[in-house]
Design a protein around this ligand. Structure first.
Ligand code: ADP
Length: 632
């Protein structure tokens, strides 16, 4: 087949441009990325051969090799792993499939300045392409295990790349970088120097479980020198804490997560006894962009006795800890264990319980010892963690203990439940909360009025999951969690005779109006009553104590479930002039067309005030416009 020239996909081209004019200061990480890809390719081949013994591939000496040629100014990273077919090279190297990358490029366009762009590269990591930080041309020769022909890919990182078939490619992949001139001022070192290569491999890739060899250049006339293995290959999780530096842990994190930034927290666990395993887990410092998408790849890497078995092993952590990355190495599992078996394995379930508790206790420690880092954790992952309040009843208390919530007590500092309990007023029996879309909309909602007037703290819950877990959890330390937008609320001290008397009098006065309004608004409202929660607004709508809130109804509908429309309760503020006037008009006039419209308007205003939508916006606008017109 002749050499064919292809255009890069638009996104890939933009990314390449960025790499070539690299604004990323730490350029040597390209080697880490190429070694990381090579290591993955070796893992994949070993597994494939294990599954299919007839695969025509040599797995007797799997390794990575780095060659430098000072004269030609090239650096080659070679592996004898799985390789890629002709089509795969086009797909994997010519395009950017990763959904995070599309987001990355969008943000990149918006971040015009260099500092912003550098931050973004670090945030997303861009694997293979990072080679163009050091090279002005890259060549990749690869042969897929089991295939006879290989493929050569070349590019100068501009608009195009070429592909051609090669007859005699060795098994695996070699990537050759035609290096740019060294430019130490811009962090571009001499990558043909064995000393530099040795340093970089040691720093970023020491833990790689395959040998990384370097063959020094032979001086003229010498016999070929012995290859030197650059990495210790020691599994970090099997080494004791004081033997491993934080930097080494962090490099392992970067290798497995494809994140270029430091993790927030490193968690070690060594389980001994009948079922022995070691775990090295990481909490990232930032939530990935696709954390809430269906195809988010969750799970940690599973090893058995130092041998890589699978990526994204979901069985080891519950879905609400899906952001945790890391490695779990078990001693007594079969090397060809499958996902299906793992899901049912008793030992795996025990590991999951232990790892879950360990992660939660780490967060608890973080909370106690480092408020800033805990705050970062909660900002990035609090929403996901709260899913566990619904799904993991065993750890519910542990999750609640590390949760925090926005509160009316402070503008920008969330509160924990124990802190809330400490601030509760004398005689306050419940923990009050309100759910809604944003802090602003719920803070200004009429439901809040009496609480504000009395200085009673309310938790402001704005995540979709909040609508659900509060019902499931019900109470904390014997105190009920109560929505201030549900059921009857009476904050007046009990047994206050004067207040009771006043209320009875009002109930009598308003009985006629309330009954009449209930009939008028029958389609939407099941009860009209006088309110103890309003101080400023004329009216508000509330849900009955055990009814679905409008937000939950919408959520179920969005999930395709049929739910009947729930009628709500309209509460009127008997102290408000508008409500007083309405009552007077009700008693004085026989013709009630206008009054009916007023009742309807009052109801719609109450819906709007809690951030809802009028049922018939056109009619609402017309009624208001008519009234305005009459006041002119
Ligand atoms: P990432 O490693 O983050 O997926 P890369 O751009 O580095 O992104 O690589 C894209 C894909 O190309 C890899 O996921 C892998 O499938 C393939 N690939 C890269 N390098 C190699 C290699 N040395 N051997 C086999 N496949 C490779």
């Amino acid at each position: 087949m002749p050499t064919e020239t292809f255009e890069f996909q638009v996104e890939a081209r933009q990314l390449l441009q960025l790499m070539i004019h690299s604004v990323y200061s730490n350029k040597e990480v390209f080697l880490r990325e190429l070694v990381s890809n090579a290591s993955d390719a070796l893992d994949k081949l070993r597994l494939e051969k294990l599954r299919d013994d007839s695969l025509d591939a040599d797995v007797s000496d799997l390794h990575i090799e780095i060659d430098v040629d000072k004269e030609a100014r090239t650096l080659t990273v070679r592996d004898n792993g799985i390789g890629m077919s002709y089509d795969e090279v086009g797909q994997l190297i010519g395009t950017i499939a990763n959904s995070g990358t599309a987001t990355f490029l969008k943000e990149l366009k918006e971040a015009q300045d260099e500092a912003g762009a550098e931050g973004l590269i670090g945030q997303f990591g861009v694997g293979f392409y990072s080679g163009f930080m050091a090279a002005d041309e890259m060549t990749l020769v690869t042969r897929r295990a089991g295939e006879s022909q290989g493929t050569r890919w070349t590019s100068r990182g501009e608009a195009t790349y070429t592909l051609e078939t090669v007859a005699d490619a060795p098994q695996g992949t070699s990537v050759t970088l035609h290096l740019k001139p060294a430019d130490p001022e811009n962090q571009l070192h001499d990558y043909t120097s064995p000393w530099t290569i040795r340093e970089i491999v040691k720093r970023y890739s020491d833990f790689i479980t395959w040998p990384i060899r370097m063959v020094p250049e032979a001086a003229d006339g010498d016999t070929a020198p012995e290859p030197e293995t650059l990495n210790s290959m020691k599994a970090l999780w099997a080494r004791s804490r004081d033997e491993v530096s934080d930097d080494e842990y962090h490099e392992l994190y970067k290798h497995i997560s494809h994140d270029w930034r430091e993790p927030l927290e490193t968690i070690r666990l060594q389980a001994e006894g009948t079922f022995e395993y070691q775990a090295l887990l990481f909490v990232p410092a930032h939530a990935p962009h696709d954390l809430f998408t269906r195809d988010f790849k969750r799970g940690v890497q599973l090893y058995v006795k130092r041998v890589f078995i699978m990526d994204d092993c979901e069985a080891l952590l519950p879905p609400y800890l899906r952001f945790v990355k890391g490695v779990v190495d078990a001693q007594d599992l079969s090397l060809n264990v499958s996902r299906e078996i793992l899901q049912q394995d008793r030992h795996i379930r025990m590991m999951q319980r232990r790892l879950t508790k360990k992660v939660l206790s780490t967060v608890k420690d973080l909370m106690a010892k480092d408020a800033d880092r805990y705050a970062t954790f909660w900002r990035e992952f609090g929403t996901v963690l709260k899913e566990g309040l619904l799904t993991d009843t065993e750890n519910r208390d542990a999750i609640l203990a590390v949760s925090s919530f926005a509160t009316t007590h402070a503008d920008d500092e969330p509160t924990t439940l124990p802190q809330y309990l400490e601030r509760m007023k004398d005689g306050q029996d419940d923990i009050y909360y309100i759910t809604g879309e944003s802090r602003q909309s719920i803070e200004n909602s009429p439901h809040m009025e009496a609480f504000r007037a009395k200085g009673i703290e309310v938790l402001l819950l704005t995540d979709a999951v909040d609508e659900v877990w509060v019902d499931a959890v019900g109470e904390y330390e014997g105190k009920k969690l109560r929505s201030i937008a549900k059921g009857a609320i009476d904050l007046d001290a009990k047994g206050d005779d004067k207040a009771d008397e006043e209320r009875e009098k009002q109930a009598e006065e308003y009985a006629g109006l309330l009954g009449w309004m209930r009939e008028r608004l029958d389609e939407d409202i099941k009860e009209v009553r006088l309110s103890a929660r309003l101080t400023v607004s004329p009216a508000c709508v509330v849900s009955d104590a055990h009814d679905l809130t409008p937000a939950l109804e919408n959520m179920y509908r969005a999930m395709g479930q049929e739910v009947p429309r729930t009628k709500r309760i309209l509460e009127l503020n008997p102290g408000h002039p508008l409500v007083k006037g309405l009552n007077q008009a009700y008693e004085e006039r026989e013709d009630r067309t206008e009054l009916a419209e007023s009742a309807e308007l009052l109801h719609t205003l109450a819906v709007l005030a809690e951030g809802g939508q009028p049922k018939d916006p056109a009619r609402f606008v017309k009624l208001v416009a008519d009234r305005l017109e009459r006041t002119l």
